[in-house]
Ligand binder design. Structure first.
Ligand SMILES: Cc1ncc(COP(=O)(O)O)c(C=O)c1O
Length: 392
């Protein structure tokens, strides 16, 4: 049987991983500045995470949500403490898209309304409502097309005010990424986020912060929205939450009340996922990873600003993007193939850096030295690059 060919794949087979390095089947070492797609938060195969999962696996991996699962409460307590959102409620699911789906549905249940405001270049996932709120027609199937989602320009307060003035009473939710990931590391202004908060308050709509990529400590605060000193009604989480174990969730403000049967999932909140998620929070807390992400991100961005060939270095903490000049558009492939460094991309010419929050300064210096060489190499021979064209 063939695999359904939907992913453009690099011809690399990674068989082992540790901290911020991974190794292929030939023993070649790669520096992971991509965090396996913003997923690795405490470092690949962290021993505490492995041990916690292993111990849980030997006790019980799964039983349905029809019984008490105390480790869910343990996770909720830890999450409340580290995020500072102690009075919020936790609903657990399995992925980012599912978190979006539940957040939007919950906002609609809560308000009794249908209209969702999303923003240009937003990415919220690929399930039905999540993809409807994603600004990429190429991945929206005909069945997902809906006039319940309205796209407004990102960072445009006036457009938002105007929309609310005319249609505010129909709006169930505004969903926003405080830093757009797939959209190319676009940072929302504090005023824009505060305007969303104010308009949601005035019109009885729910503010959903999609923190699947920018949350969980990555930007140097637990939630990226924390930089704006405001609270969302619902926060979505996934990627970094399990350090590679599939787990997602939403944090729900106290004024939104649950009803039996309103949300549900078979696998969400299973024992094993909770053990993985707890291990992540324990290491984030123990090793001050949020503070480290902040400081290391600042260092990396300052250093990158010295480089020629790349521009508009932007982001917060360890969620960093920069534009690559036309002459260097092979930089990402060159970094991977010649220098064995994984980075992320956003079309058409953005490189995204999303390393583990546990990455060390010496690894950042290693990356910076490689970047310098790679740019020099492409500079001295920009047209005749030795890079084979991989399907990325
Ligand atoms: C901001 C944001 N929301 C939602 C998702 C969807 O997450 P998942 O791929 O786990 O469904 C992503 C994935 O990249 C994302 O970046």
């Amino acid at each position: 049987m063939k695999l359904f060919d939907v992913y453009p794949i690099n011809d690399i087979n990674i068989v082992r991983a540790k901290d911020s390095y991974v190794w292929d089947e030939n023993g070649v070492q790669y520096l992971d500045m991509y965090g396996g797609h913003a997923v690795i938060s405490i470092g690949h195969t962290h021993p505490h995470w492995v041990k916690r999962i292993d111990e849980q696996l030997n006790q019980i991996a799964f039983y349905s949500n029809s019984i008490k699962i105390p480790i869910q409460q343990e996770l909720a307590d830890k999450l409340g403490k580290i995020s500072g959102k102690n009075n919020y409620q936790l609903f657990l699911c399995n992925s980012g898209a599912e978190a979006t789906e539940n957040a939007l549905k919950l906002a609609s249940f809560h308000t009794g309304r249908k209209k969702i405001i999303a923003f240009s270049k937003a990415f919220h996932g690929r399930t039905s409502l999540a993809v409807s709120a994603t600004d990429n027609p190429a991945i929206v199937a005909p069945v997902n097309e809906t006039d319940n989602v309205i796209f407004l320009p990102y960072n445009d307060e006036e457009a938002l005010k105007e929309y609310f003035q005319q249609h505010g009473r129909y709006v169930a939710a505004v969903i926003v990424e405080a830093i757009q990931g797939v959209g190319g590391i676009a940072v929302a202004t504090e005023n824009f986020l505060k305007t969303i908060r104010q308009l949601c308050n005035e019109n009885g709509a729910s503010f959903i912060a999609d923190e699947v990529q920018c949350g969980y400590g990555r930007t140097g605060k637990f939630f990226c929205l924390d930089y704006a000193n405001i609270d969302a009604d619902i926060y979505t989480m996934a990627k970094g939450m399990g350090n590679g174990f599939p787990v997602g969730g939403i944090l729900i403000a106290p004024h939104i009340h649950p009803k039996h049967g309103m949300l549900g999932t078979t696998f969400g909140g299973n024992h094993l996922a909770c053990a993985a998620a707890l291990a992540v929070l324990e290491i984030i807390e123990q090793d001050d990873l949020i503070e480290k992400a902040h400081d290391n991100g600042q260092y990396l961005m300052n250093e990158l600003k010295q480089f020629s060939g790349i521009k508009n270095i932007r982001g917060k903490g360890l969620m960093i993007g920069f534009d690559v000049a036309d002459e260097f558009k092979k930089l990402r492939k060159h970094l991977l193939q010649k220098h064995h460094v994984f980075t992320g991309e956003a079309k058409p010419n953005v490189i995204r850096l999303l390393p583990s929050l546990s990455i060390h300064r010496r690894q950042l210096d290693e990356f910076l030295a490689i970047m310098k060489n790679a740019i020099e190499e492409l500079n001295s021979n920009p047209l005749k690059s030795n890079v084979i064209d991989l399907r990325t």
